[in-house]
Structures are given as C-alpha cells and as structure tokens.
Design a protein around this ligand. Structure first.
Ligand code: F6R
Ligand code: ZN
Length: 192
C-alpha cells in the first residue's frame, strides 16, 4: 500500500446497545478463563469457572483504516462479578507513552480506573453522555458495575499499542467491589 495514498471519508455504523461496528476490520473476545490473573479471589474464580460455562467477559471490535493516525471501535462488557469483584478488562498502559485515548460510553454503567506511571489513582464515571479523556501514560481499565452490558466507543492512534505486562505484574492500586447493592473502591492488598 502506498503510504501517501489518499484516505477517503467513511461513516461507520455503531450500535450503542450491542457494540456492533459495521463495517469492522477486526475483533476479539475475552472469556473468564483467560483472566484469572486479574482477580483477587482465586478460589472464587475457580468455582465460577466450574459452575459457569466460561462466560464472555468482553468483546472488542475495531475499525482501522489503513495508514491512518486514528482508529476506533467498541468494547462491550458483560455484567458479572467474581468473588465480589466486578468484571473488568485486563488494563494496560499504551506502549507509546505520548499517546492517550478517549472512551465514550454508549450504554450501561461502569467505572474507568486510571493510574499514572508515578502511582496516582483516579476514576471516571462511565455512563451515557460521558466521554472520558485518558491522558498519555495513564494505565486504564474499565469495570462494568451495572446489571446490563457496558458499551463504549474508544478512539486513539493505532501506534499507541498496549503494554499489559506492567499491570499484570503489579496489579492496580484499587479494586472495584460489589457490596450488596453498593459499590466499594478498596485498596488492592496484592499491589506490588
Ligand atoms: C485500546 C483500549 C481499548 C481496550 C479494550 C480492552 O487502547 O484501551 O480498546 O483495549 O477495552 O481492554 P484491555 O486491552 O485492557 O483488555
Ligand atoms: Zn488503551
């Protein structure tokens, strides 16, 4: 492909209820069995896997124009919890430390948990009408705290990339817990 080729405008159809993207250029799913490392309570996790049929935790669908400095897509998260901890994404820094992102919630309710490289923790509410700004070099993880799917549109530079290793190794400072009908943000005892 010629790097200087003219890109043409496009209107991409996005369902704010299902996260469907048409046309799309790629997608993947994460099921519970792939996410053991991120939950605090491993025995609750193992029980959940025994009693449930490896539920879908989230699906990511993208629209990536070739040779563009922007791409976007959706993440659709199922409702659920493991050992009192809500379903969440793996969480990552971008490989490119100078590139941020936006998350624009379409439906459902969640918490966007962010952590700066120097260990500051922040949350941004995720609900329809809120577009979250994720600054460069802030790790980000989304958490579905509702009973419905959480659907959000994200957009960033395709060169931003992902660095999962840091969060996988250290965890994040906070955990988002279900306490009856309440939501509690607690310190992560296992944080390294
Ligand atoms: C891309 C981005 C989102 C997430 C997606 C899944 O930079 O932030 O598309 O990749 O919500 O989360 P992770 O990648 O943390 O499993
Ligand atoms: Zn990201």
């Amino acid at each position: 492909m010629n790097e200087d080729a003219l890109l043409f405008p496009a209107g991409i159809e996005i369902s704010g209820l299902t996260g469907a993207v048409a046309p799309f250029t790629g997608q993947y799913e994460k099921r519970l069995s792939e996410l053991r490392e991120i939950y605090a309570d491993k025995s609750a996790f193992d029980d959940a896997l025994k009693t449930q049929n490896d539920p879908l935790v989230y699906r990511v669908v993208e629209y990536r124009p070739p040779n563009s400095d922007i791409f976007f897509g959706t993440t659709t998260m199922s409702p659920g919890h493991v050992g009192g901890e809500f379903y969440m994404t793996r969480g990552h820094f971008h490989a490119r430390r100078d590139m941020g992102e936006i998350y624009y919630t379409q439906s459902g309710s969640g918490i966007l948990l962010l952590e700066s490289r120097d260990g500051q923790s922040r949350t941004v509410e995720m609900k329809p009408g809120i577009c979250a700004f994720i600054p460069p070099d802030w790790a980000h993880r989304s958490i579905n705290i509702g009973d419905e799917p959480l659907v959000f549109v994200w957009a960033c530079n395709p060169e931003a990339g992902h660095d999962y290793a840091e969060i996988l190794k250290r965890g994040m400072r906070k955990r988002i817990m279900k306490d009856g009908d309440a939501i509690r943000i607690i310190d992560n005892a296992a944080y390294l």
